[in-house]
Design a binder for this molecule. Structure first.
Ligand code: GCU
Length: 357
């Protein structure tokens, strides 16, 4: 049924029948997604320094003293320019290296409405939380902090990165740091984000293969949802309000989804053979759960070349559907656009089970 729906909408599927065929075309897909949607990923910085700037007060009151708290200042140099941001990190005191989240966050504090940090740490996960607005503001100003680092005052060209790509790139700088911490299990690090930051999590994971799990919560348009035939937000609507999230080239697809030589399932496919978790909320029609489900379903075709592919049934989802233990998984929480405690717990259940715990 969903294969017919994809065909009816005209969603293109990458033409790869084996993992080797997919790997032969993967580099071109990465290029396509950069040039047409998110912009070219910035180069490796010339220099990055990480400084622990945690204050004694921050440490002292954190989570009843059973977990450790850090604030790490990241200073980056590129082509003679500098930019910096600080991220917050909680690490549970466990005997073994722990799985971790790189969390793209709307808030500066590690404990916030979308992030039940105490419960995350209590379940044995570390969390490194980046406040996206500290990296570069969520607006059309490309002279701000990391946008300035990358642009150096020049005009935006058609393939230059939008803000999503810039936020995603800094998530990889946090990943570099986590790789130096021996309390962290480097093979079990997830990137997670909600909504616009769910889009950002997908871009982060597509380009950085060190992430074993990529979690997109209610990411919708320009995220997990296929653009063709999508309800709620369309490319036209997202470009009208948030043109700065994408590269300028993307604007040529306003009202012309059918002309795209790809769809969002191509971005999702880049995550294979690693684990992709897509989630929707039943009342989030702006993001359009059915189109998010179709994106995950279609990405499962590439994932299947390596392993289990998509685990959900061949029909549109319903609230409460939980389709675990595929390499691409999906769940639909009843309710509104939100990253809830329930969502987090399901993601943690999945990761722990995947780790055999
Ligand atoms: C707007 C936008 C969405 C985005 C959402 C969010 O609704 O249209 O694309 O996902 O904001 O980030 O909350």
């Amino acid at each position: 049924m969903l294969r017919e729906e994809l065909a009816r909408r005209g969603v293109p599927m990458p033409q790869a029948k084996t993992a080797a065929e997919w790997e032969a075309m993967r580099g071109d897909v990465l290029t396509l997604m950069q040039k047409e949607v998110y912009g070219i990923r910035p180069p490796k910085p010339d220099r990055v320094t990480y400084t622990d700037v945690t204050t004694w007060e921050e440490e002292e009151v954190f989570m009843s003293g059973i977990h450790d708290k850090y604030r790490i200042q990241v200073e980056v140099e590129l082509s003679g320019r500098k930019a910096s941001f600080a991220f917050h990190m909680g690490i549970p005191r466990t005997m073994e290296p722990c799985p971790a989240f790189v969390s793209l966050s709307f808030y500066p504090d590690i404990v916030n409405p979308y992030q039940p940090a105490e419960e995350i740490l209590d379940r044995g996960f570390a969390v490194a939380s980046i406040c996206y607005g500290e990296v570069t503001k969520d607006d059309g100003n490309f002279a701000d902090n990391f946008a300035d680092l990358i642009y150096g005052g020049r005009e935006r060209g058609p393939e230059d990165p939008g803000k999503i790509m810039i936020w995603a790139w800094t998530a990889s700088l946090v990943m570099d740091y986590l790789m130096t911490r021996e309390e962290i299990d480097h093979d079990h690090i997830a990137v997670i984000g909600h909504s616009r930051l769910g889009k950002t999590a997908l871009v982060t994971g597509a380009f950085d293969e060190r992430f074993a799990y990529v979690i997109s919560n209610d990411s919708g348009c320009g995220g997990a949802a296929v653009s063709r035939g999508k309800g709620g937000e369309t490319i036209e609507k997202i470009i009208a309000r948030f043109p700065f999230w994408f590269c300028l080239n993307y604007q040529k697809y306003v009202g012309r989804e059918d002309e795209m030589p790809f769809d969002q399932n191509w971005l999702l496919s880049l995550i294979a053979p690693r684990k992709l978790l897509v989630a929707s909320a039943s009342e989030d029609l702006w993001a359009d759960p059915n189109s998010e489900y179709l994106g995950a379903f279609a990405a499962g075709e590439i994932s299947k070349l390596y392993g289990r592919g998509f685990a959900g049934p061949d029909r549109f989802p319903e609230p409460g559907d939980r389709f675990y233990y595929g390499d691409v998984t999906y769940h639909q929480r009843a309710g509104k656009h939100y990253l809830s405690r329930n969502d987090w717990n399901l993601y943690m259940d999945y990761i722990l089970r995947d780790m055999g715990r």
